[in-house]
Design a protein around this ligand. Structure first.
Ligand code: PMP
Ligand code: GLN
Length: 391
């Protein structure tokens, strides 16, 4: 494949690969994280109305004013963050583009970007595109939770470090960083004059009363934080790809400079629909979050019954399992990738091997991620297949 060396490690995303496997085998897809039900009906109607009303040409570069205002209002209402919709809010093609544009705008060859590991698959790829180098800081399991050791983070910072790319609630582990962890990150960012890009796409999807705290709200952080989020996870509209970046005007101007040459703009008729949803559908989001918590419990119980070791998540769509006990029982190596490739045959289920979120696949080998943002009967059918496999 005529792909430049920097991008050789990033060929087909695991999500595309595993969704294709689900289609070709007819297995239940608990791999790629997308819900199998639609968002609020009035939001869907608003998008259809926008198409009928002619919102079908390029929207303004930074996003339509109504959406920027709704994003600004939502951040103030739900987190107490203050962003001027004029020059501190930028609408992007999903959180993916917001992160990409921020990285491309802010780092270059010779710079280092710190990220938590396991990391979302687009992060290392986009850092490679920028010419910079990524440096991973592990989340380690303590008492069943994946936690950040601030000494690890401090040790990863060098004179070349420019940016910390944070993600909380965290994909794939389901960890929600605590106030102490975030305060420690903030202290290091301030001491070393680093920018933080905070990917908060699961900001509303936290469970058992766990609070999501945007790092941009901590003292001294507003001026150095780009807060990224997206409507995909909040409103069950992952295919609409309406995301955003918020932050101080100089940082957002930099992100906008890069973003305008990536896609320029996107999603014209979806922008008014998401503006509507942010203003009027947060009760729907609260209900969806509660239902997702039940789905988490439903899938976790199923996985436990099937013999997996389960790391119960505090947020997101995902639960990470340790397959060692199941692999033992099946008399096969605890190799998550091989296991996932066989899982359609073994159990009629597709999942994602965690090794793809690690620099060294060996660090993630025995872990497999399952998505629970699915209808209850789908979760039950998957759990039944997994239970039969290890019976
Ligand atoms: N960041 C994280 C942590 C994700 O899990 C995802 C996938 N949902 C994204 C970014 C991508 O978001 P979007 O679809 O809005 O581009
Ligand atoms: N964020 C989704 C996941 O982690 C996938 C998004 C994608 O396919 N790029 O499963």
């Amino acid at each position: 494949m005529p792909l430049v060396p920097a991008l050789q490690p990033f060929r087909t995303t695991i999500f595309a690969q595993m969704s294709a496997l689900a289609v070709s085998t007819g297995a239940i897809n608990l791999g790629q994280g997308f819900p199998d039900t639609d968002g609020p009906p009035a939001m869907l109607e608003a998008a259809q109305r926008a198409i009928r009303d002619g919102f079908n040409q390029y929207p303004p570069g930074p996003g339509i004013p109504a959406l920027r205002q709704a994003i600004s209002h939502g951040r103030r209402r739900d987190h107490g963050q203050v962003f001027d919709p004029e020059d501190e809010v930028l609408v992007t093609v999903g959180a993916t583009e917001a992160v990409a544009a921020a990285v491309i705008a802010l780092v270059q060859t010779g710079d280092e970007v710190i990220m938590l590991e396991p990391h979302y698959d687009s992060y290392p790829a986009v850092v490679a595109m920028s010419g910079a180098r990524h440096v991973s800081v592990p989340l380690r399991t303590t008492d069943g939770r994946f936690a950040l050791d601030l000494d690890d983070l401090a040790a990863a910072i060098t004179p070349a470090t420019k940016l910390i790319l944070l993600n909380t609630p965290h994909n794939p582990t389901g960890t929600v960083l605590t106030a102490d962890e975030l305060a420690g990150i903030a202290r290091l960012a301030i001491d070393h004059d680093l920018v933080v890009v905070a990917d908060e796409v699961y900001e509303y999807l936290t469970f058992d009363g766990t609070q999501h705290l945007p790092i941009g709200t901590l003292p001294g952080m507003a001026e150095r934080t780009i807060t990224v989020s997206s409507s995909g996870k909040t409103f069950n509209a992952t295919g609409w790809k309406i995301g955003w970046a918020c932050g101080p005007a100089p940082l957002i101007a930099a992100v906008r400079a890069a973003k305008q040459f990536l896609t320029y703009v996107g999603g014209a008729p979806f922008q008014p629909a998401i503006a509507y949803a942010l203003e009027h559908e947060m009760d729907w989001v609260a209900g969806m979050r509660d239902s997702l918590q039940h789905k988490r419990d439903r899938l976790c119980e199923g996985l436990l019954a099937a013999g997996f070791t389960v790391h119960r998540p505090q947020g997101t769509y995902f639960v990470v399992t340790d397959i060692r006990s199941v692999a033992d029982r099946l008399d096969r190596p605890a190799d998550g990738m091989a296991f996932c490739l066989d899982l359609p045959r073994l159990a009629g289920v597709v999942a994602v091997p965690q090794e793809v979120f690690h620099d060294d696949p060996a660090d993630g080998t025995p872990f497999v991620r399952f998505a629970f943002c699915k209808k209850d009967d789908i979760i039950d059918a998957a759990a039944a297949g997994l239970a039969r496999m290890s019976a």
